[in-house]
Design a protein around this ligand. Structure first.
Ligand code: TMP
Length: 214
C-alpha cells in the first residue's frame, strides 16, 4: 500500500485583537473549497491535558508567575499537542491549522517577558525535533488598535492585562522572526478594512494551497 503524503502545517499568529478567529474561518473555507482534509487546533491547548495547561496559563491570579515557569508550561502543552495530535494527523496526510504555535513563544515569552531566544531554541529542538510550520499567516496591526478591539470582547485574561510596552515588544518579536525567515510567513496588514484583510488572506491561502497541490 502506498504511504499517504504528509499533510501541511499552517499556523496563524498575531498580537491581541488582530482578528485571528475571523481569518481562521476564511482559511478553513479555502481548505474546504479545495477538498482538503484538515484539523483545526490551537495553542496553548489542542488536547484535554494541554487545554488544562492553557487554563492555568491564562487565568488571572494574585501570585506572580515566573517567566521561566510560564515558558516551560507552554512547552509542556506543546509536547502533548505535537505528539498526540499534530504529528499523527500530518503522518496520515491531514493538514493541520493551528491558532498560534512557537512563533508566539518567541514573541510573548522571548520578547514580551524578555527571556531571550537561547532557552526557547533549546526547548524547540527538544520538543519539536524537525517539525516546523509550512506556512505562517501573520496578522499585523498597530498594538493600540488591537488592544482596543480586544477590550471590547469582555474580561481580559492574564496576557491581555499586560501593558502596551509588553505588546510592543511582542509585536517587535514577531517582526524579528519574520525577518529571520521571510519565506515561511505571509504577512497581512490587519489594520485595513475587514473586507480587505479577508480578501488578502483568501488570496494568499489560494496561492499556497495551489502551490502545494501542484
Ligand atoms: P489566544 O490564542 O486566545 O490569543 O490566547 C492565547 C494567549 O497565550 C495569548 O495571549 C498569547 C499567549 N501565548 C504565549 O504567551 N505563548 C505561546 O507560546 C502561545 C502559543 C500563546
Amino acid at each position: 500500500m502506498q504511504k499517504p503524503a504528509v499533510g501541511k502545517f499552517i499556523t496563524v499568529e498575531g498580537t491581541e485583537g488582530v482578528g485571528k478567529s475571523t481569518n481562521i474561518a476564511i482559511i478553513k473555507a479555502a481548505l474546504d473549497q479545495h477538498g482538503i482534509d484538515y484539523i483545526a487546533t490551537r495553542e496553548p491547548g489542542g488536547t484535554p491535558f494541554a487545554e488544562e495547561l492553557r487554563a492555568l496559563l491564562l487565568a488571572n491570579r494574585d501570585e506572580f508567575v515566573d517567566p521561566t515557569a510560564e515558558l516551560l508550561a507552554v512547552f509542556a502543552a506543546r509536547a502533548q499537542h505535537i505528539n498526540t495530535v499534530i504529528k499523527p494527523a500530518l503522518a496520515q496526510g491531514q493538514w493541520v491549522l493551528s491558532d498560534r504555535f512557537t512563533d508566539a513563544t518567541y514573541a510573548y515569552q522571548g520578547c514580551g517577558r524578555q527571556l531571550g531566544t537561547a532557552l526557547i531554541e533549546q526547548l524547540e529542538r527538544l520538543v519539536q525535533k524537525n517539525l516546523q510550520p509550512d506556512l505562517t499567516v501573520y496578522l499585523d496591526v498597530d498594538v493600540q488598535v488591537g488592544l482596543e478591539r480586544a477590550a471590547q470582547r469582555g474580561e481580559l485574561d492574564r496576557f491581555e492585562q499586560e501593558d502596551i510596552a509588553f505588546f510592543e515588544r511582542v509585536r517587535a518579536g514577531y517582526h524579528a522572526r519574520i525577518e529571520s525567515a521571510p519565506a515561511r510567513y505571509c504577512v497581512i496588514d490587519a489594520g485595513q478594512s475587514l473586507e480587505a484583510v479577508q480578501g488578502d488572506v483568501k488570496k494568499q491561502l489560494q496561492q499556497f494551497i495551489e502551490s502545494q497541490l501542484r
